[in-house]
Design a protein around this ligand. Structure first.
Ligand SMILES: *[C@@H]1O[C@H](CO)[C@@H](O)[C@H](O)[C@H]1NC(C)=O
Ligand SMILES: *[C@@H]1O[C@H](CO)[C@@H](O)[C@H](O)[C@H]1NC(C)=O
Ligand SMILES: *[C@@H]1O[C@H](CO)[C@@H](O)[C@H](O)[C@H]1NC(C)=O
Ligand SMILES: *[C@@H]1O[C@H](CO)[C@@H](O)[C@H](O)[C@H]1NC(C)=O
Ligand SMILES: *[C@@H]1O[C@H](CO)[C@@H](O)[C@H](O)[C@H]1NC(C)=O
Ligand SMILES: *[C@@H]1O[C@H](CO)[C@@H](O)[C@H](O)[C@H]1NC(C)=O
Ligand SMILES: *[C@@H]1O[C@H](CO)[C@@H](O)[C@H](O)[C@H]1NC(C)=O
Ligand SMILES: *[C@@H]1O[C@H](CO)[C@@H](O)[C@H](O)[C@H]1NC(C)=O
Length: 655
């Protein structure tokens, strides 16, 4: 027996076991995605969305551990920008269903970010996060009710439902888990079912207060056949449907039927698995060529055996348990840590804000594709971990961190002489040009900025954070923040209309080039800049007055070829023209930078300059802020612009 064969058959057995388990759980849980009753996002927004997001993720991970053990979890994380969280599964959910329900709520709740206090109610569980301790909240201004459409005109039903709800809300108080279900028959074939549940963090008096208010608001739904009260500290429901029996794992005749269904489903599942395996084996024996990426065979094989798949445990060890000391920085989609693998290889590990568990296969395909996009000016994606409690991406590690750490530091900027800066400008253009046209999959970066340009030991630039934006970040269900780029770098058509094409990257690149040679940050609004002018308008004025060379970074003055510097100014302005059509494509930019000729097109339009009154002065004075759907911003990327964004990005390929 060949060793390779024996190892692949072990994989096969594990695989069968895994698939059977997955299908069994899916069958046992019935309809696996619980209905969302309501999502309530708070009206206040956090001042620091990035820090808040990080704490949000940590808090949610902590709740996950507790809620799967006991059906209830409360947690807090973060010093500044503290995020409190509270999750409660309703008494009628079995542990597996509780996990699924928590998972669904965890997935949907980030829609509300950057609101500081939001909650979601599902058929089976509740989840809330806030910037303050909400454990004792019984009722508050966000309390609401959700009533069914259908109604009955039987007064007997109304009476029975009213009595039942009163009985259950009083009874729940006497239960250790603050939970009570019950039913009453109204007429032949008609019954009313109900439940009352307080979160376990309340004390008896808080629970009483909450249930009393919820009872009153639930019965206001009558004569609807279904009424739900959604309070800060409890949940009450009545319905003509036996909703808690459908979800519970114990109970009379319906349970027997379910057992049969589960058994049947399992048999079908096993048969299906055997079928898949036979097909898979056939495909393998026919030829060893790599089949197409959509084939399930390829997916299964790539996950289990791929060199792109890292073990979560290994990465946790490599980063010393995600020790703060190893933290390299914070990107739009997650925080990045330095790690050293057991074989001594240095890596950068990114913890994603969103979790990919439901899309493991798509995500893995995406990682596979992006890992094939390789260029000397692009940070290499080494792989990912999708099986642990959170999703991780693994990148090559670059020792000189990112460009912004040098460019905007009055001491360290001296390390960037003209040759290095020019090399960074050209290298970034080449990397971007490759992303836009030369690679197999066409990639719009969306967030070109100084902190996304990493530097290796010889100060060669590599663009970070590209590619995985394609499918995952576009879909709002993954995370609402992080859709937008960074303000000072964003193209006007992207900010105002949400149009996203390569031209938006070219604009950002133009801003970056001008920052590199002036050594100044492009502030996001006129108001926040010291001179009363944005960097862009300043450069434009000086360019027209033919005095632009005065704006060269003081530490470059007299230490660089003036003609070449002028050319770079001009290229920067060409790329940052307000009209997307006037900006040259990246391959052209590379050509312009490398050519000896002095013939350059003249920029005909001033750059997009002013976005007035977008963000508060205090946080825009130092760093450009990330655009979030702040109510203050006239350009917030709301639902409308996001859908335009999706439409336009799918058009890109056909242009
Ligand atoms: C929103 O913020 C204001 C001012 O900080 C505060 O007074 C108010 O209570 C907050 N509202 C909510 C719903 O948290
Ligand atoms: C949550 O889990 C942690 C560790 O698993 C445990 O120490 C803590 O007591 C739990 N808290 C609750 C409320 O169950
Ligand atoms: C939140 O408040 C409750 C009581 O109101 C308290 O028991 C709990 O320890 C608090 N949680 C934190 C994290 O401070
Ligand atoms: C309630 O009614 C509206 C319009 O009459 C309909 O669109 C909606 O689907 C109904 N919802 C349910 C749960 O039946
Ligand atoms: C309501 O009552 C009317 C007449 O009493 C009857 O025709 C109708 O079917 C009833 N509707 C429901 C939903 O029971
Ligand atoms: C609720 O109803 C049950 C059965 O009808 C009864 O035994 C129980 O005492 C009632 N509880 C309350 C609080 O009324
Ligand atoms: C709750 O329990 C107490 C005693 O433990 C009892 O006196 C009271 O009647 C009960 N209340 C209800 C509503 O069942
Ligand atoms: C219940 O909790 C509330 C809020 O934390 C507190 O004000 C009240 O004193 C507590 N009641 C009892 C009986 O512990």
């Amino acid at each position: 027996m060949k060793p390779s064969h024996s190892s692949s058959s072990t994989h096969l057995h594990l695989l069968i076991l895994f698939l059977v388990l997955v299908l069994f759980v899916a069958a046992a849980a019935g309809d696996t995605t619980p209905t969302i009753f309501d999502t309530i996002c708070g009206r206040n927004q956090t001042q620091d969305p990035e820090a808040f997001d990080v704490n949000f993720v940590t808090t949610m991970e902590m709740i996950f551990q507790n809620i799967t053990e006991s059906g209830f979890g409360a947690a807090v994380s973060g010093g500044a920008n503290t995020v409190y969280g509270l999750g409660q599964c309703f008494g009628y959910l079995a542990p597996t269903s509780c996990q699924i329900c928590y998972f669904q709520s965890r997935l949907k709740l980030p829609h509300c970010l950057p609101a500081t206090d939001s909650r979601i109610y599902l058929d089976g569980c509740f989840l809330r996060y806030a910037d303050h301790n909400v454990s004792a909240d019984a009722t508050d201004a966000y309390d609401t009710s959700v009533c069914g459409n259908a109604s009955t005109n039987s007064s007997a039903f109304n009476d029975a439902a009213t009595r039942l709800v009163a009985n259950l809300t009083a009874g729940a108080l006497n239960q250790t888990k603050f939970y009570q279900v019950g039913s009453a028959s109204v007429a032949a074939g008609v019954s009313v079912y109900g439940m009352a549940q307080c979160w376990r963090s309340l004390n008896a008096s808080g629970c009483r207060e909450c249930l009393e208010s919820a009872r009153a608001s639930a019965v206001k739904c009558l004569p609807a056949t279904d009424g739900k009260a959604l309070n800060a500290g409890c949940f009450v429901r009545y319905s003509t449907e036996p909703f808690y029996l459908a979800a519970s794992s114990s109970g009379g005749g319906s349970s027997a039927r379910r057992t049969i269904i589960v058994a049947l489903t399992s048999v079908v599942a096993v048969l299906a698995v055997i079928g898949i395996i036979i097909i898979w084996k056939k495909m393998r024996s026919k030829d060893d060529l790599i089949d197409d990426l959509d084939g399930s065979g390829e997916y299964i094989r790539s996950i289990s055996g791929s060199h792109l798949s890292f073990k979560y445990e290994d990465l946790r060890k490599a980063t010393d348990n995600f020790n703060q000391i190893n933290k390299l920085g914070q990107g739009g989609y997650g925080s990045v840590y330095k790690g050293v693998l057991s074989d001594g290889r240095e890596i950068a590990v990114k913890r994603l804000f969103f979790t990919t568990r439901p899309w493991v296969d798509q995500f893995f395909n995406e990682v596979t594709l992006v890992s094939q996009v390789q260029h000397k000016n692009l940070v290499k994606l080494l792989g990912c971990s999708v099986e642990g409690p959170e999703s991780l991406l693994v990148y090559e590690y670059l020792c000189n961190t990112s460009l912004d750490n040098f460019l905007f530091d009055s001491f360290k900027k001296n390390l960037l002489d003209w040759e290095r800066r020019f090399e960074i400008i050209v290298g970034t253009a080449e990397g971007l040009s490759y992303l836009h046209s030369a690679s197999e999959i066409r990639i719009i970066h969306r967030d070109i900025k100084a902190s996304n340009i990493l530097l290796d030991e010889r100060f060669k630039p590599k663009i970070a954070d590209f590619g995985l934006a394609r499918n995952f970040m576009e879909d709002q269900s993954h995370l609402s923040t992080g859709l937008a780029g960074t303000f000072g770098y964003m193209a006007p058509e992207y900010i105002v209309h949400g149009q996203l094409t390569e031209k938006a990257d070219i604009y950002s690149y133009g801003v970056l080039v001008l920052e590199i040679i002036t050594g100044r940050k492009n502030h996001n609004s006129v108001a926040s800049s010291d001179e009363g002018h944005s960097l862009m308008s300043l450069i434009w004025q000086h360019f027209n007055a033919k005095t632009v060379i005065e704006l060269l970074d003081p530490c470059l003055q007299k230490r660089c070829p003036e003609e070449q510097a002028l050319k770079v100014f001009q290229v920067g302005l060409l790329c940052a023209q307000a009209s997307p059509n006037l900006r040259p494509p990246m391959w052209k930019v590379v050509e312009l930078l490398n050519s000896e000729s002095k013939e350059l097109p003249l920029p005909s339009q001033p750059p997009f300059i002013n976005v007035k009154g977008t963000s508060s002065k205090s946080n825009s004075s130092e760093s450009p802020s990330v655009v979030t759907s702040s109510s203050k911003s006239p350009f917030s990327l709301n639902q409308i612009s996001v859908s335009q964004l999706d439409a336009s990005s799918s058009n890109v390929n056909s242009q």
